[in-house]
Design a binder for this molecule. Structure first.
Ligand SMILES: Cc1cc2nc3c(=O)[nH]c(=O)nc-3n(C[C@H](O)[C@H](O)[C@H](O)COP(=O)(O)OP(=O)(O)OC[C@H]3O[C@@H](n4cnc5c(N)ncnc54)[C@H](O)[C@@H]3O)c2cc1C
Length: 392
């Protein structure tokens, strides 16, 4: 069987690895000219750790673990409200869960499959025509190829989803926030820690993943409507954030200057993707393309790894139509439990009102006690381990 996978980040190469092992011929098309390196730190927890283990890369991924010791919450004036273990907040289990730079994970996955799988970089699917025997694909580059199946692993704004199921808006659950992430020099000497600043509807963070010369900066704002125009316009993104944080003190001027100077600004909405079905005909979706949970859940990478593993396993066992059904039947409740974790995310990170912020700060003051008694992050721990990984 010949499969085309769109997207070479987390879900795509994971699916490629397993399908190759099951004897499929795999082609991966990626819009970027190479696997995208760098990027923010991501978490891998619970069931997803078993996927890495079965791929033989758990130790290599664990070796990149960042060990973030402290997340400090400061007020508008920079006064410390509280400092917590960030792992405990999200339901992490010390010594088991992994946090690593996104680019380190994608490089490990790419290195695992690069010799066995065909990669088409700097290209994208332009059209998909399904026929009885397969799918005819035209690429932006002009080439045309036929595949038995096409799998979209192309993220929150999936091209494969748009071509197969229609516009994103019908599946998007906008969670009311947008954010800009970028890197800046670590002039503050921060190491293995993050500092977050919050006023109603606005959240800023400086994050030092490890002990390097680079910090990650985040600016997040509450916004009732998704900023559609800004999504496509870098200058408008900078302008939106500059206006939202204008006149503030603490490290905000440093963050705004760094954002304006950065060449790696990543601007997006906090949205989920909720679809009644993840496949149509010979096309299926995995990872964020199918069910982005938003970064408020901290579970996008884990659900992407698990979904890719299960889809490949089901395809190894069944015809594709049955496999698409059983892939959904196996993973949907796991995905939904993890998507539900995002519901409290906005009110923890950036409560939109004074009352919400007061409540959040009270919660922070009892958080250490809740962490000691196992109450803090209990929902997260339950959701991220909610699936027993099938054996294939
Ligand atoms: C700021 C931030 C913080 C996050 N923190 C966490 C966290 O702590 N924990 C966690 O688990 N998750 C986190 N996430 C989410 C996590 O990064 C994603 O959920 C995860 O990467 C999903 O992987 P994916 O492979 O499905 O999609 P993606 O990683 O989005 O990859 C999609 C790939 O498809 C490619 N592509 C896009 N369009 C096309 C096209 N037309 N043709 C070909 N290729 C295309 C892209 O270039 C990319 O390589 C965070 C996300 C953000 C933005």
């Amino acid at each position: 069987m010949d499969v085309l996978i769109s997207g070479a980040s987390v879900a795509g190469p994971t699916l490629a690895y397993w399908l190759h092992r099951y004897g499929w011929r795999v082609t991966v098309v990626e819009k970027a000219p190479a696997v995208r390196g760098g990027g923010y730190p991501i978490d891998i927890r619970g069931t997803a750790l078993g996927v890495l283990d079965r791929m033989g890369i758990l130790q290599a991924v664990r070796a990149k673990h960042i060990h973030t010791h402290r997340l400090t919450f400061v007020s508008r004036t920079g006064r410390t409200i509280n400092a917590l273990d960030p792992g405990a907040l999200g339901g992490g289990v010390a010594g088991r869960d992994i946090e690593l730079p996104r680019g380190d994970l994608t490089s490990i996955l790419y290195d695992l499959v690069r010799d066995d799988v065909e990669f088409l970089f700097a290209d994208s699917i332009a059209t998909l025509h399904e026929q009885d025997t397969g799918v005819e694909v035209t690429f932006d580059s002009g080439r045309t190829r036929a595949f038995d199946l096409v799998i979209g692993a192309d993220g929150l704004h999936s091209n494969t989803r748009r071509l197969t199921f229609g516009p994103e808006e019908q599946f998007e659950r906008y969670l009311g926030y947008c954010f800009a992430g970028f890197t800046l020099p670590n002039d503050l000497g921060l190491a293995h820690e993050g500092i977050t600043w919050t006023t109603p509807g606005r959240f800023a963070a400086l994050y030092a993943p490890g002990c390097t010369g680079t910090l990650h900066g985040f600016l997040t704002i509450a916004r009732p409507e998704p900023p559609l125009a800004e999504l496509r316009d870098r200058d408008a993104q900078i302008e939106l954030m500059s206006r939202a944080f204008a006149g503030e003190k603490w490290e905000i001027p440093r963050l705004l200057d760094a954002m304006r100077a950065a060449d790696d600004v990543f601007f997006d909405v906090t949205s989920q993707i909720r679809m009644p079905r993840w496949s149509r005909g010979r096309v299926a979706l995995i990872g964020d393309a199918a069910h982005a949970p938003s970064f408020f859940s901290g579970q996008g990478t884990s659900t992407a790894l698990v979904g890719a593993y299960v889809l490949a396993g089901e395809l190894a066992k069944h015809d594709f139509a049955t496999a698409f059904d059983s892939y959904e039947a196996t993973t949907r409740s796991f995905v939904e439990a993890n998507q539900a974790l995002a519901d409290g995310g906005g009110s923890t990170l950036a409560p939109a009102t004074n009352a919400g912020l007061w409540l959040r700060n009270r919660m922070l003051s009892v958080a250490p006690l809740m962490a000691r008694t196992g109450l803090l992050g209990r929902a997260g721990r339950k959701a991220n381990s909610a699936l027993a990984l099938p054996a294939y």
